[in-house]
Design a protein. Sequence first.
Lengths: 426, 526
Amino acid sequence: MKEPDRTSRLARIGGALVSGNSRQYGMAIALVAIIVLFQILTGGLLLTPLNVTNLIMQNSYILILAIGMMLVIVTGHIDLSVGSVVAFTGAVSAIMLTSWGLPTVAVVPVALLIGALIGAWQGFWVAYVRVPAFIVTLAGMLIFRGATLAVLGGESVAPLPQSLRDIASGFLPGQGGGPHVPTLLLGALGAAAIVWIQWGTRARSRGYGLPVAPAPVTAATSALTVVAILAFTYVLADYNGLPLVGLLLVALIAGYSFVMRSTTMGRRVYAVGGSEQAAALSGIRTQRTTFWVFVNMGVLSALAGLVFTARLNAATPGAGTMFELDAIAAAFIGGASASGGVGTVVGAVVGALVMGVLNNGMSLIGLGVDWQQLIKGLVLLLAVAFDIYNKRRVNTGPAASAAPRPRGGGADSGPPPLADKARASS
Amino acid sequence: MRQEERRSASRGGPLLSMRDIHKDFPGVRALDGVSLSVGHGRVHALMGENGAGKSTLMKVLSGVHPAGSYTGGILVDGEPCAFSGVADSEDAGIAIIHQELALIPQLSISENVFLGHERARYGVVDWGATHARAHELLRRVGLDENPATPVSALSVGARQLVEIAKALAKRVRLLILDEPTSALNEAESTRLLELLLDLREQGVTCILISHKLGEVVRVCDEITILRDGRAIETLAVERDADGTPSVDEDRIIRGMVGRELDQRHPERIGEIGEVRFEVRDWTVDHPARTGHRVVDGAHLTLRAGEVVGMAGLMGAGRTEFAMSLFGRSYGRHVRGILLKDGVEMATGSVTEAIRGGIAYVPEDRKSLGLVLDDDIRHNTTMAALDRVSARGVLDPGLEAVEASRMSERMRVRSHGATQVVRTLSGGNQQKVVLGKWMFTRPELLILDEPTRGIDVGAKYEIYLIVRQLAAEGACVLLISSELPEILGMCDRIYTMCEGRITGEVPGEGADQETLMRLMTRTGGHP
């Protein structure tokens, strides 16, 4: 192979590795813009340590649901039942804690197991009986809301033990007064880990002979990451430190991002969503994949149910109403495609944060619920419209027939088949 | 008055004249000064390799690429036209029938034929008139069906005819067909081509885009060859008394690839070895119709380094056989034995089939072979993720390198391994599918119509890859409806008819007549 060919090929591979995530940047930039806007409108209230802590706690359960929902949407399905499942698992947990007097450490795994069973139930109908997920989960929405009412007898269960409430409102242990040292330490550790991954990736790419960003660029990226993380943890440390639920979220986001991006399991989920038939003929067990995605959604719904119940310090029959819509909106704002196969965990998180910051910011400046809903609706619509517009612009580029020919084309260079024939017949 | 002028103009000049059309896409010149002239009542073929600019030219003509997005002039009957959309070109009597048919399966034939301009008064559909007119149009295209039949109940060939009826309903003068026969069997193709000749008698002019040289030479009056966005030449086809055309297939190929291609199928390299795979008594039932055997007691052997052909007409059960063999992806009650090196192989799932070294390149690459909205890289590694991962964790760098190495080996023309496969041409998509299966390092590669809808150059490249794989000792089972391809590539040929293997002939010395006779041998075993 000729040398210039090789370099250009490697450049193509490398360039492609770097790009490809560009869609997400749009929404991340929008998120920053919204934060800046409300920071100004609220006269600096938005980013006070107290409010940032509140933001995390207020949005924790939607973030948890959005992660699961993203997976469901990537496989080309939808889950309308998560709000009811949140209510049901919350209700059952509350009953176990209060009426049965079970300890929290026992109740949490049981609740998660119930979530898994609910997910398995719905996954069974969707994956194996092939009832459309919209129908199955619409039924689930009614079934589990009804079950919640039945379990609670139409009444709220409150108060709940402190051990459960800590899940939603607890903080990392540490001394009071002054910046919270464990939080800062954790931030520093996290920042170091990310920098280590960034440079490790770079080194591995180099190892394969792929082009990488120049060292100063990587250094600048790392520096920016470190500053962002330290600033964030410093703000948190200034109040009470990192909330426990914040730690849970960080673990979930990191874990699910890793699974979806870097494991064969994640790749299979994308393949099933992209084309179920092609995936099946590639040896991917598509039904099993779909089934487990729903099981996962059930577990995360149960987790969100625990967090929400703990935060409310009560299990109520109406808990979790409309949560499914918030989670779905977050996934779509974050760049998921309704036809499946496209979407990232980080995207869903950004989408949920956009909604969360809008909620919080609008409340701070005293906008009524009426306006809040209206604006959130418009944001959802415009975000998805913008995404579709962008995609169409990319797609109407060189059409299928007009792909450039790397060999330069032209009459004199001759088409490749002839060049090859010599090799074949020799 | 205006009508008069039009008519007078029509007598002299051509029906369509496209002059010096230039069309650029970002970074690519798709059309580089193409001129095309099509006379009244002619069948005009447009030929060229994939990417030569045929489709782009037709999109310019039909208004898909609106006026202003290209330079150059379009004259219909001598009048300059600037179409800003498909509706405009339809008003001028130009209709295009795409490869992917644009019919709504749930609606009836009549409803489809008059979709968009229903026979209606004040918005109320006149069903009597609709059915009557539809019936008349169906007779014109030679389709004997009740106009109330839903399109979903029709075969692909019949649907094509409905598309043409739909175009006729719009009083089409210039009908553009983009590879109309690529999904049709021999009989349906013949019928369609005869219809084009009939329509020509009725004054409908046709532009035919096709990769099938034989049919082009058979029916066309002129052939314009495009290469790299330029119109290379226009050949007039004359036929003498016994119908022999003045232009032969090699002449067209020469124009398309720019040089003589004295050989359309590469020579076999390497030796044929021992029997590696053996299928015994393979029987498959139809998934819905109980008791209906789609494959009935098939028995065949495959040797190392051998390319084995499977010839048969549409519906003979070849695809069903292949898919059932590949992890029971088709049918019910799959029974029979698959031996690999004399040992029975598990065939219960696709995973097992892949693990056993079987790869299946499906007929329908767009829906079965590829995730169209994903890139070349991910599509390439999809069936062999183990090769680019360790303990379930992917190595993106390794994946990028491997995928682009494979895509280079398959000679995929792309911007790079992260190009989304939807944006590739048909031939390049097929090479990606082939690359995906080569990446699994198959010992038995089943190719189902691997060159359907693919141009001559890409076909040759695919043949080369098949030859190389065979030379490395793998077995190849080639299912194809194109007999020249079977004859040119295969060392041994099985024929199939109505789910049964009806014959086995050596590739050397076989001819189309023999195969055709075996392929139509219904009932009874050989």
